[in-house]
Ligand binder design. Structure first.
Ligand code: COA
Length: 367
């Protein structure tokens, strides 16, 4: 008798975008930036992005996206992994509170920090946990509020980043099913750790000095240097994961890359050999949402029914650290759900039952 190794299968997809839309003109006006709508559109592919209101945190977006993914799957998670660089607080991790607000009971819950590669890293970890039987239904959420760490006066970053959250619910399943993870690839190169960074606020330079300048407090990115790394690493990682899955690039029917910059994505797809009609994403409308970028693109593409379930799919990401990673999977059959941000003080309506059962039907709309 042959035993089939189970893999993780995406059963549910959820998303949450804060309602406030910022156009390129809004961003330009806010920071009095020397830029134009035309420059931003042609050099990055971004026309607008979302910004969380003052009272909305990363956790609020994560709860909404996580709830939507569970509703999409009609299932409840037994582990929660939150990929984010913008947690609600420096301590503790945001994930346990998100799990609590989702009514998941005493499940393990932790944050994962790999900047824009966070979602792909988290899916890789979740897949390994499923394959080894540590859990059966991990909820992976990518959620960010970069509006809190971006300097509105810095045109290198202010024009690019936006807020949002996306999530997938995975479950142990068969490799032949739609949504099955076929292979993963990941890596890092800490020699480039200064290229994307917030200089102060950690143990090396605690955020206690009144003399801290904007340069130290805010997220900074050496855009031009990062551009080259991003293209090279995502290309190499994509080819590595396809080789591991045993798939020729020409057989891939759906490509979603981390939405850093449309030109970077096109360069990677060209080099890997993915035709333009197979490239999907919504960077034009949401900008770069870091760890939320891939699940948001996945949710948007699925909501538009652009890809047949079972289609060979390639996800690839690159981010600060430097970090990168790719996932080869078959396109999921899940119908995505989207949801409004859930404020923390709405706990009274979303409070878990004593048995820890999630109240499914609150404040979620089908996209
Ligand atoms: N508005 C208008 N002009 C701008 C500008 C802006 N926001 N930013 C830069 N410019 C100008 C520069 O001054 C330069 O002008 P010059 O030719 O007269 O010197 C010109 O545009 C090109 O500058 P460059 O820095 O080469 O721009 P770019 O095409 O590399 O675009 C980024 C800048 C940041 C959009 C791009 O480098 C990028 O997307 N980088 C990687 C992002 C990424 O992958 N991140 C990974 C994880 S988040």
């Amino acid at each position: 008798m042959t035993t089939v190794t189970p893999t993780a299968v995406i059963r549910g997809i959820g998303s949450c975008l804060p309602p406030q839309v910022l156009s390129n003109e809004d961003v330009k006006r806010r920071g009095v930036l020397d830029t134009t709508d035309e420059w931003i559109r042609t050099r990055t592919g971004i026309a607008r992005r979302r910004a969380a209101e003052e009272h909305t945190s990363t956790g609020d977006l994560a709860v909404a996206a996580g709830r939507a993914a569970q509703e999409s799957a009609h299932a409840r998670a037994d582990l929660l992994l939150l990929a984010t660089t913008t947690p609600d607080r420096r301590c503790p991790a945001t994930a346990p509170e998100v799990a609590y607000r989702l009514g998941l009971g005493a499940v393990p819950a932790f944050d994962l920090s790999a900047v824009c590669s966070g979602f792909v890293y988290a899916v890789t970890v979740a897949t390994a946990l499923v394959r080894t039987g540590v859990c059966t239904r991990p909820l992976v959420i990518g959620a960010e509020t970069y509006s809190r760490i971006i300097d509105p006066l810095d045109r290198d970053t202010a024009v690019i980043f936006g807020d949002g959250a996306g999530a997938v619910l995975l479950e142990a399943g068969d490799r032949a099913e739609p949504g099955a993870i076929a292979a993963v690839d990941w890596g890092s190169d800490g020699s480039g750790s200064d290229l994307i960074a917030i200089a102060a606020g950690g143990s090396r330079r605690p955020d206690t000095s009144p003399r801290l300048c904007r340069e130290d407090r805010y997220f900074r990115m050496s855009g031009r240097a990062v551009y080259g790394h991003a293209v090279r690493r995502m290309t190499d990682s994509s080819l590595a994961v396809l080789a591991r899955a045993g798939w020729r690039p020409g057989t891939v029917g759906a490509f979603i890359g981390h939405q850093a910059n449309k030109r970077i994505l096109d360069s990677v797809a060209d080099r890997v050999g993915i035709a333009p009609r197979f490239r999907h994403g919504n960077i034009r409308d949401v900008g770069n949402t870091a760890a939320a970028s891939i699940p948001l693109a996945l949710a948007d593409t699925a909501a538009r029914h652009r890809v047949q379930p079972g289609t060979r799919t390639l996800l690839t990401a690159f981010g600060g650290g430097l970090t990168w990673g790719s996932v080869a999977l078959s396109w999921p059959a899940a119908r995505p759900r989207s949801s409004e941000p859930e404020p923390r003080d709405a706990r009274s309506t979303t409070h878990p039952t004593p048995e820890g059962k999630a109240p499914w039907n609150l404040s979620t709309t089908t996209s």
